[in-house]
Design a protein around this ligand. Structure first.
Ligand SMILES: [Zn+2]
Length: 204
């Protein structure tokens, strides 16, 4: 199983992804940004956070965005047993299904830490493993709005997947940078799609 970081598509589409939420302050701010341009994004949510903010999970889905699996408690998957790994993925899946009536189909491993066993489990369960192209942006380290904006913009081409974070800490820099990016790309004629939509366009 390969990590999908972007797809070669000859169409101006890009997939923004947000990890570690939902978060009561930042997730709604991200939703507003995408509402303004009629775009969709993907939120790789953590099970423990979904349990704290179930209404927010439902809101994200009802506004047309995709919810991806980012495990239940955000562990290093290569450092736990196979059974625990399966449990982490399943507990997240059950929560998503309970809250929005649909199972997640895309997965991102916490810390991008995974091994062959993780791949086998994901494969068996039918997940696609999703990476990103703008690692240089490192929004999780709060390197400054301008840095997140510039480094992400450099990674944008047709079919790019971009990673950001809306949970686990102060994400105000991320929100500002994403607002600037979305405005800029919207002006360039890009459409904002979920990861599953991107996969669909690619397979057409
Ligand atoms: Zn994470």
């Amino acid at each position: 199983m390969e990590m999908i970081q972007g797809l070669s598509i000859s169409k101006k589409v890009v997939a923004f992804t947000f990890d570690d939420g939902p978060h009561p302050l930042y997730t709604p701010q991200v939703l507003e940004i995408f509402k303004d341009v009629g775009g969709r994004a993907t939120f790789f949510m953590v099970g423990e956070e979904m349990e704290k903010y179930p209404k927010l999970v439902k809101r994200v889905a009802s506004e047309g965005h995709e919810i991806g699996n980012h495990t239940y408690s955000h562990p290093y998957l290569s450092k736990i047993s196979d059974e625990e790994c399966l449990g982490e993925i399943d507990r997240n899946e059950v929560l998503v299904e309970e809250l929005i009536g649909q199972k997640p189909v895309v997965f991102r491993p916490p810390y991008f830490d995974y091994n062959d066993q993780v791949c086998r489990i994901l494969d068996k369960k039918g997940y696609s493993m999703i990476g990103a192209l703008n690692f240089e942006a490192r929004d999780w380290e709060q390197p400054g709005v301008e840095h997140i904006f510039r480094a992400s913009l450099e990674s944008v081409k047709e079919g790019s997947i971009l990673i950001f974070h809306d949970g686990y800490g102060d994400r105000s820099q991320t929100v500002k940078a994403v607002r600037m990016l979305v405005q800029k790309l919207n002006n360039q004629g890009y459409q904002f799609v979920s990861v599953s939509e991107l996969l669909r366009v690619f397979n057409e």
